[in-house]
Design a protein around this ligand. Structure first.
Ligand SMILES: [Zn+2]
Length: 352
């Protein structure tokens, strides 16, 4: 698929930026063109597309998907919005950047090729062997693109980055967001309202810095940023896209400057959790001690065995502890599971 196919109405792939990206997964020459509605489109790299409308409101928005290559639902969701914008059916009133994070892994149908891309931001890509993997180089490049996008918008603009994912396993709460550590700043009621408009009512509030894309955008650029988990990972073609209608509509309203259809913020409308502790994998002799298909946010009785790491046993220590993101197949030293607990943040939110 060529750039002309992407740009020109006669092509059956007109506006299909996902197909264009997957046809050139490692790199592509930059290009610029203009839509009939006056929006300037800039192709910066494979999977990196910027829309600059002639008149903009106050937001610079980044929508990323495919940071994990096999998380097809959010990739399809973003691809459809992007195609409607390229075809002029959706007219942006905000600057918008679409990012497909890991196109080679998307082609391979894998979460990653070598490194977990979402553990490489805020400079973590520079740690490790001198020879960079695709993911390490991509993380460095994505940081540069995010920096350039926000800098070109100017510091007076509001900034947001929504990094869309699907989880490896099912969840007691189908959709949930991870709110990166804010270093003591209050949580945003406007952003909680946006999450609710996306049918996301469960939020994990992080209390430490992280190597994720959303923490990077939040901490390095002052963006309202979230990792948003939209459900369980499935192959292309096997997603029930009706599960994502609220998210799809809300993103389109954000892009076009329409107001969100959502009731005013109230803490009672959310299930909020904070990390109680993390269990890291420290030996190759690491195993999880519960059923492989356990759902995120499952609570087990106090004393239940969670994992065995060499000679160390991990058990549920407190009532209310719930399991999230268990994964024995992580690299040594990385997080194999989080244990979270409900949290009350009354008085710690702000209207912004
Ligand atoms: Zn993911």
């Amino acid at each position: 698929m060529t750039l002309d196919d992407l740009m020109d109405p006669p092509s059956k792939h007109y506006g299909d930026f996902l197909k264009f990206t997957l046809a050139q997964p490692e790199s592509v020459s930059p290009a610029n063109w203009q839509l009939a509605n006056g929006t300037a489109v800039e192709l910066w790299d494979t999977g990196v597309l910027v829309f600059n409308p002639p008149v903009t409101s106050g937001l610079d928005l980044i929508l990323s998907s495919g940071i994990h290559g096999n998380e097809t639902a959010p990739i399809g969701l973003c691809a459809a919005i992007c195609q409607d914008m390229l075809q002029g059916k959706v007219v942006a009133t905000q600057r918008v950047m679409f990012l497909f994070g890991n196109p080679p892994a998307m082609n391979a149908g894998k979460r990653e090729l070598v490194d977990n891309l979402n553990r490489l931001f805020s400079g973590h890509h520079a740690k490790g062997p001198d020879e960079y993997s695709w993911e390490r180089q991509r993380a460095a490049n994505l940081e540069a693109y995010v920096t350039r996008f926000f800098q070109e918008g100017g510091s007076e603009k509001k900034r947001a980055l929504y990094d869309l994912h699907t989880a490896i396993r099912g969840s007691k709460f189908e959709k949930f967001a991870v709110y990166p550590f804010l270093h003591g700043q209050p949580w945003s009621e406007t952003q909680f309202e946006f999450l609710a408009a996306c049918d996301v009512h469960t939020v994990l509030l992080m209390q430490t810095p992280a190597s994720t894309f959303s923490y990077y955008a939040s901490n390095s650029h002052g963006a309202a940023a979230f990792t948003i988990e939209l459900g369980k990972v499935r192959p292309f073609g096997e997603n029930d896209m009706s599960r994502f209608t609220a998210c799809d509509h809300s993103l389109r309203r954000l892009i076009t400057g329409a107001s969100l259809k959502v009731p005013p913020f109230a803490l009672a409308n959310f299930n909020l959790f904070a990390v109680n502790r993390a269990i890291n994998k420290t030996t190759e002799d690491f195993s999880l001690s519960f059923a492989a298909n356990i759902e995120n946010f499952t609570q087990l009785p106090v004393g239940s065995l969670l994992a065995i790491d060499g000679n160390t046993e991990y058990r549920v220590e407190e009532g209310g502890e719930a399991i999230i993101f268990p994964n024995a197949n992580v690299a040594l030293g990385q997080r194999a599971m989080l244990l979270v607990k409900p949290i009350d943040i009354s008085g710690q939110t702000t209207r912004d």
